[in-house]
Design a protein around this ligand. Structure first.
Ligand SMILES: [Zn+2]
Length: 266
């Protein structure tokens, strides 16, 4: 049973209990309190992918091999991505890029460079629409499928991982990803790099949450390239000093328990 279904069950039981045992004005107050509590839990479940509220979302890899995965969302971007690729090449860091289908089609050579340089490409939806999470399953499926086709036709690779825009989830995300044989992926550590000016503050925030098996998220779009390059430089150095090695997401997750389960399913 997903946590979402468990929350609905708790709400139904609470409402039934109030109906049976409480009379007068307190009955309506408690109806309101129970409904408000459910809405708070639902909002947290939608916003925080790590809660796995609607189903399985991989937010870290197995520990034991001293490995972490560095991921970049929202690209490819013609200003930022080439500089990131250059820095990763110099540092010898393999990474995973969760790309948007429409940006892959807009910058096909850049998308091919990402794959040609040994990085993994994941699906981050076609257009990164903020309201995608509030649309129906058919619309969501079409968005993910369009990105999948864009990446395949451009790079010749088929993504295996899907990260929903902004990490927002709903009951449709798992089934939609599963229909396209994609595994839903979140993250362990993020630095809010698009909203924080100081590279050191971003790195500190990420490093605090980074341990063996962590999935780190940065963005190769929506921030000045010099900020991102400073973050990558300092982050790679700090993480390596703690004895952790950078690998691609597929390598990090190769020993994940439950890997034989259908992707996206709890
Ligand atoms: Zn994004």
């Amino acid at each position: 049973m997903t946590r979402h279904r468990a929350a609905i069950l708790c709400l139904i039981l609470a409402l039934a209990g109030i109906t049976i045992f409480v009379e007068g004005p307190w009955r309506w107050r408690l109806y309101g309190l129970a409904s408000a509590a459910y809405l708070v839990v639902l909002t947290l479940g939608v916003s925080l992918i790590g809660l796995e509220f609607f189903g399985r979302a991989v937010c870290r890899g197995p520990a034991g091999k001293r490995r972490v995965a560095l991921t970049f969302d929202d690209g490819p971007n013609p200003t930022v991505t080439p500089q990131v690729l250059k820095a990763l090449r110099r540092l010898g860091v393999p990474a995973t890029f969760f790309c948007l289908g429409e940006r892959v089609l807009d910058h096909p050579d850049l998308a091919r460079s990402i794959v040609a340089q040994g990085h993994l490409m994941g699906n981050h939806s076609h257009r990164h629409q903020w309201w995608l999470n509030f649309r129906g399953r058919r619309f969501m499926l079409q968005e993910i499928r369009s990105a999948q086709q864009a990446i395949l036709s451009t790079t010749g690779t088929v993504p295996r991982y899907y990260r929903p825009p902004a990490g927002l989830t709903n009951p449709q995300v798992g089934p939609a990803a599963r229909a396209l044989e994609l595994q839903v992926v979140g993250w362990t550590a993020r630095g809010f790099d698009q909203f924080t000016a100081s590279p050191s503050a971003i790195v500190r925030r990420i490093v605090r949450r980074t341990t063996d098996g962590s999935i780190i998220v940065l963005h190769d779009c929506g921030l000045p390239p010099e900020r991102l390059l400073a973050v990558v430089e300092e982050l790679v150095s700090t993480v390596r000093q703690s004895g952790l090695e950078f690998v691609r997401l597929d390598q990090l997750l190769e020993d994940l328990p439950g890997k034989s389960e259908p992707p996206g399913q709890r």
